[in-house]
Design a binder for this molecule. Structure first.
Ligand SMILES: Cc1cc2nc3c(=O)[nH]c(=O)nc-3n(C[C@H](O)[C@H](O)[C@H](O)COP(=O)(O)OP(=O)(O)OC[C@H]3O[C@@H](n4cnc5c(N)ncnc54)[C@H](O)[C@@H]3O)c2cc1C
Length: 409
């Protein structure tokens, strides 16, 4: 087990993509499966708050000290258990297992490099394999749900390892049974298992297809590639286009974060080098790209009853969706609501404030250097309240918010 050498000084600011958050009392990074279970169990037995952290890319922690245990999974292996690709429904299927601490984009690069399709549209999403199934990551027409065979989890309630098939993970839009196990209601922490779910992911087995081409599943991506939605293209070309569209929107993490000693060893060196090279090429500078110091999309796209959606302006985006109870509903765009409520790219509460909306994306709250969590919380509250008064819609933060309440009454 690695206990960070100067853990007394370690803060969430060192471990999160947005670079804010207070000191951490205890930090451990076990490098074996049993070590992780023991670390989680020790914290639970002692009744201490527990935060299992991956890449810290979906997390906004308060400036106050976290008086609990932060566990980062140091197991990062990727294995291919199939000796030969089994054919299922005419498709050559390959199962790939990745340990929860594996960097997500390391996993995507590995899969694409092996000639597998299924996750190339999720290229460049920061974070880890373990967290990918907690929030059912999605982008550019793909969701991880479509490629997950099962997850191996430590159940903190029954104190047992379980293998949960995809059906039991109950994937939904940016949600899963793992995520709902830590919330009482959207954005409201549950009484027992917040900020980490009841189920701690140990590894995930993916079901990918051995094929060199993938399907372009999204209009923005199709435009970048000069093709139509539904066209088939080399997975390597899809991955490259996704990374370049993300770079243009500031929706990649700042690769410079891996120079922080607290982040060392969490991502493969060759992939850090490649990310740094393309960041330099995209921004033309050596230093940080502040638009990338974010949690990604800060608010979830609201899923509304049809009657509420019909009261929105005629040009507000509307997509068919399912409500939490499975009934038909309408999904709208949080970015559209924020922009049309008057919060445009680059918006800040005061000029030169260290917390501002990204200059490239209205949905990302960014730390422009030296921001505190309280600055970001004030900005988030202003955006949330502005949208509510303009459209009567309650925005719910997508990141896990620790030690602060950002959900409106
Ligand atoms: C620039 C940027 C772009 C982004 N773009 C996208 C996008 O396109 N699509 C998308 O879906 N998301 C996106 N995100 C959000 C984020 O990358 C994902 O939610 C990601 O899966 C978070 O992974 P993580 O390891 O960083 O999780 P963390 O932030 O470390 O943790 C998030 C939650 O998961 C829990 N968790 C972490 N590891 C485990 C584990 N092993 N077992 C159980 N619980 C665990 C934590 O306790 C916490 O509750 C983006 C973020 C950024 C910064």
């Amino acid at each position: 087990m690695n206990v960070f050498p100067s853990f007394a000084e370690l803060a969430f600011a060192d471990l999160t993509t947005i670079g804010v958050g207070g000191p951490i009392s205890h930090f451990v990074e076990p490098t074996s499966r049993v070590g992780i279970i023991e670390a989680v169990e020790d914290a639970d037995r002692a009744g201490l708050p527990l935060c299992v952290i991956g890449g810290g890319s979906n997390m906004l922690a308060a400036d106050d000290a976290f008086e609990g245990v932060v566990v980062r999974d140091g197991c990062r292996a990727i294995t291919v258990p199939d000796e030969a690709a089994p054919v299922e429904n005419g498709e050559p299927v390959v199962h790939v297992n990745a340990e929860a601490g594996c960097n997500w984009d390391d996993f995507v690069a590995f899969a694409v490099g092996l000639g597998l399709t299924g996750v190339e549209g999720l290229s460049g999403i920061p974070g880890t394999v373990g967290a990918s199934v907690v929030q059912n990551i999605g982008a550019y027409g793909q969701e991880v749900a479509a490629s997950v065979e099962s997850a191996e989890v430590w159940d903190r309630e029954t104190k047992r390892v379980q293998y949960l098939p995809a059906a039991d993970l109950r994937f939904a839009y940016r949600s899963s049974a793992l995520k709902t196990s830590m919330y009482a209601a959207p954005g409201i922490p549950g009484p027992k298992y917040f900020p980490t779910p009841r189920y701690v992911v140990l590894s995930v087995t993916f079901r990918l297809t051995h094929r060199s081409h993938g399907v372009v599943g999204n209009g923005q991506l199709a435009k970048a590639l000069g093709v139509e939605i539904g066209d088939k293209l080399e997975t390597t070309a899809i991955r490259a286009a996704v990374l370049s569209v993300r770079a243009a929107k500031g929706m990649l993490e700042d690769a410079g974060r891996y120079a922080n000693p607290a982040m060392q060893g969490t991502k493969r060196e060759e992939n850090i080098r490649a990310a740094l090279d393309s960041q330099r090429a995209a921004t033309g500078v050596e230093g940080p790209d502040w638009d990338r110091h974010s949690c990604g999309s800060f608010f979830m796209n609201p899923i509304l009853p049809a009657a509420v959606a019909s009261a929105l302006p005629a040009d507000a985006p509307r997509f068919p969706a399912l409500a939490a109870d499975g009934s038909p509903a309408v999904k709208t765009s949080a970015a559209w609501l924020i922009d049309h409520a008057g919060f445009h790219k680059g918006y800040a509460l005061v000029a030169e404030a260290p917390a501002a909306l990204s200059s490239r994306h209205t949905l990302a709250l960014t730390n422009r250097g030296g921001a505190k969590s309280s600055d970001l919380a004030a900005l988030a509250a202003a955006v949330r309240d502005g949208v509510r008064s303009a459209y009567g819609v309650r925005l719910v933060p997508e990141p896990v918010v620790i030690g602060m309440n950002l959900v409106a009454d």
